[in-house]
Structures are given as C-alpha cells and as structure tokens.
Design a protein around this ligand. Sequence first.
Ligand SMILES: *Cc1c(COP(=O)(O)O)cnc(C)c1O
Length: 363
Amino acid sequence: MKEQDIGNLIEHWVRPEIRAISAYHVPDASGLVKLDAMENPYTWPSELREEWLALLRTVDVNRYPDPQGASLVERLKGNMGVPASAELLLGNGSDELIQMLAMTVSGPSRVVLSVDPGFVMYRMIATFCGMKYIGVPLKASDFSLDMPALLQALDQYQPALIFLAYPNNPTGNLFAPDQLSRIVEAAPGIVVIDEAYAPFTDHSFMDRVGDYPNLMVLRTVSKMGLAGLRLGFLAGPEQLIGEIDKTRLPYNINVLTQVSAEFALQHRAIFDDQTNAIRAERGRLFQVLSRMEGVTSYPSEANFILLRMPEGRAGEIHAGLRENGILVKLLDGAHAALNDCLRVTVGTPEENDRFLQVLAALL
Ligand SMILES: *Cc1c(COP(=O)(O)O)cnc(C)c1O
C-alpha cells in the first residue's frame, strides 16, 4: 500500500468538512495534577467501593443490557428533579445525546445555533451531521447573552436546534433565566438547555420542562463525579423524546454503566458532599485568584474558573504549570474572546494550593 493511494482515497471520499477539522484532542495527563477536564477529584470511600464491586460480581456480561435502561431511568427521574410530565432518554455521555438531537433534525439547509465562546461539541457535531453551525458572540464584557443579536439570528437562520449551556462552558457564568425563557419562546425549533454543571449551581430549568413544547434539558453525571461511566440524560416532552429515541443505537448504555450509575444514585449523599466541597473550594480559589496581580478571574457557577493572564503570557504560563506537574486548559487561540485565557478545574484543597503556589511563582 502506497502513501499516495491512501492520500487519494481520503481526498476522494472523506467529506471536505471532516478533512478540515482536527480530532478532539485530549492531552496526556499521566503523572500530572489534572485540572483540565472538569472532573470531580474525589474517589469513593473504600466501603462504598467494596459494596459496588460486590454488586458488579452479580452482573452477567454475556447478555445485552436492558435496551432502555428502564430501571436507571426511573432512578434518575426520582433523583434529579425531573417533572412527572417529562420523559427521559439516556446517552453514552451527554455528547451522544447532542449527536442524537442533531441526527434527528439534520439536513443540508438545517442550522444548529449556539453562543461563542461555548461548548465545542455543538459545532463539531453539527459538522458531523452535515448541518450549518451559527455561533452568536456573547457580550465581551461579562459573557452574557447579546439578546438583540440572538433574536435577530433566530429570525434570520431559523435554527432547528439551539444549545445553551447553563452555566456556560468555558466561561462559567449563568445566563439570565428570563432571557433564556425569551429564547425558548422565540425559537422556531428545539432549545436544549445543557445543564452539565447542575451540581455546582442552585439554578436549573428542569422544573420548566413540559411548560413549552420545544424546551429540553440535558444533564450528565460526568461532572458530578462519574465521568468514567459515560452517562447523560435528556429530559423533554414524551413525544419529542420518542422521536429522538429512534436515532439511538441499540444498547447504547452498557450494563456496567447501568448498574454502577444506579448504585451511585442510591448513595447520592456522598456525591452531594463532594460537590459541596468543590463549591466551597471554588469560592476560596476565586478569592485568592482575584487578589493576584495581573490575573482576571471570571465568577463561576461551575466547577472551573476562567482566568485571563497578563497579555501574551497564557501559553508560557500554561507550559510552566505543566513543567511543575499541573495540567490546566489553554484557551488562548480558541476564540478571540478567550485571548490570554486559561481554564482551571477546581480540585482538592491540596491540588488548588499547589496550583496557586506555582501560578504565583510563574507570574
Ligand atoms: C462536559 C460537558 C458536556 C459533556 O458531558 P459528557 O456527558 O461527559 O459527554 C456537555 N455539555 C457541556 C457544556 C459540558 O461542559
């Protein structure tokens, strides 16, 4: 096989829009304090781990899992404040649900709309599904919604699908709820409020699911401390969920995830303690960062903080942190509004102290 042949094959057959993008990059974090991916830094107490392992011993992996994850769906409904009138759909991470939503409405003239800077998967999945992506810029001053621009874009592009992360990633802020309601009312298509960071804020649209035909709320267990399980869920009107469910691959939630997530939800208090500890640490981290000369920290309702470094120094500081064993996310270059920015996930008190110490030394 010649290099040339593979090149020709790719050029001839791989869609130009796929050739144009790069794969979602996850840096190697071995040996580093991992403050780049919004993971919960806490593991499970050993008794809980033993109980979980005993349960896993009873699972038969020779059989396909429950196709709908019915038992897990019931557990999530009871546990996550899902209104009685709403239905749930499970995804292999909420990313898979974003993809299922796009596949349900896709078409060459169909538009996915979100805000920029926002969660990168909305744009990527729109591209995978052959849809057009429109990113409406947030206000540069505080990353709030630019309502005139958004309403104008709804009118002009008639998006099939709108994604709004609440709180937003990577900025960490909550949008004004009355503005979100306004968008739901004005939108021609489906509006998905992505609440990946729900464990870290007191605000949610979950109790409004069912008030509008086009409102859906997306959640994940990843940020609360179960990122390795890959489980997300979408809440919405039953009929709409039924349509989206048709795009789901059979058995998308594996048996180990179903059993483990249900087990974890029975011990919800442990995760609440962990996320509360993270919230308290977020406050402390923000306080210290706010007093650092040359650093701008943006208030956050999530488990990360967006930081702006002195002009032109984000790359060098990111590298310096890494050399000192700390991995954060470099956002400089990702979007004009994120020039000089880093995003740090809130870790344990010890990890945060180490980060603050190294950062202060680098500055
Ligand atoms: C992390 C994140 C997700 C993806 O979560 P998974 O369930 O792990 O796929 C979705 N939306 C936003 C805004 C996120 O930050």
